[in-house]
Design a protein around this ligand. Structure first.
Ligand SMILES: Cc1cc2nc3c(=O)[nH]c(=O)nc-3n(C[C@H](O)[C@H](O)[C@H](O)COP(=O)(O)O)c2cc1C
Length: 243
């Protein structure tokens, strides 16, 4: 059985994983994004794990690791997909591989894949057809591999220090208290008054498009940041595949 596990607040990672899941006749697809508790799953050596997550500050979002607390492998081969917004993935693949190895998996292949960045206007159209095709080709090739031995993936230890968002979304007076933002928030970072609990918020911005009143907004300072950031990251990067 192939287990596809993914976390995807704004849908980029989800597009990649959903492109390859149908290529495995026997599979389970687990969306961890809004799952409130950790996923309890025990895999054996004839299974395969595919774990996909967005890169935050060059790392795996800590919440993803929390949700995988009760995941256990037993010499189970694993593939990692780190999805990032065209800046860099830094230590996110290495961190994922180290984590899975400690949990009894053999991380033997990985990919660093481009998706639209959360902020600004960076690679808005990605993943596109070509990105998905590249991942499908890679997946078919690695699944068929006879010898699945532990791979070596880019990244450093100690991992890059986890950063903090520069700005947080907030709720303005147009809010009608419908709760859509709370339901869309993976971090449980919107309180009963519909205000942002900054200590929990990752500024993933999943709460903005779901608001029917456009009442979830960003501070003014975001606009200038977004323009400069988009300019800085305008050169498209290529997907990278590691085996
Ligand atoms: C808090 C935060 C930190 C991020 N850090 C990075 C980063 O270090 N490098 C990068 O290229 N993209 C970064 N991004 C962009 C995301 O990795 C990218 O938009 C990804 O596609 C989001 O995945 P999703 O659409 O599946 O939620 C960051 C996004 C957020 C919200």
């Amino acid at each position: 059985m192939t287990y596809f596990l993914y976390f995807s607040p704004t849908g980029g990672t989800s597009k990649y994983i959903k492109a390859i899941a149908p290529l495995s006749p026997d599979h389970e697809l687990h969306d961890l994004t809004l799952k409130r508790d950790s996923l309890s799953l025990s895999l054996n050596s004839s299974d395969l794990l595919v774990l996909a997550y967005p890169v935050y500050f060059g790392r795996i979002p800590p919440l993803v690791l929390e949700k995988l607390n009760d995941l256990q492998g037993n010499q189970t081969p694993a593939i990692l997909l780190g999805v990032y917004g065209n800046r860099h993935y830094d230590d996110a693949l290495k961190e994922g591989a180290d984590f899975l190895e400690k949990k009894g998996f053999i991380p033997y292949a990985a990919a660093a894949l481009i998706a639209k960045h959360t902020y600004g206007n960076i690679q808005l159209h990605r993943p596109d057809e070509e990105d998905l095709l590249q991942l499908k080709d890679f997946f078919i090739q690695i699944v068929e591999k006879e010898e699945k031995v532990k791979g070596s993936f880019p990244g450093n230890v100690p991992y890059k220090e986890m950063g903090e968002p520069h700005f947080y979304p907030f709720t303005n007076e147009d809010c009608i208290a419908c709760g859509a933002c709370q339901r869309a928030c993976a971090w449980k970072a919107i309180d009963e008054e519909y205000q942002t609990i900054q200590e929990r918020c990752s500024a993933c911005l999943a709460c903005l498009p779901v608001c029917p009143m456009d009442a979830r907004v960003l501070p003014k300072a975001y606009d200038d940041f977004a323009v400069a950031f988009s300019e800085k990251l305008k050169e498209p990067r290529e997907n990278e595949f590691f085996l």
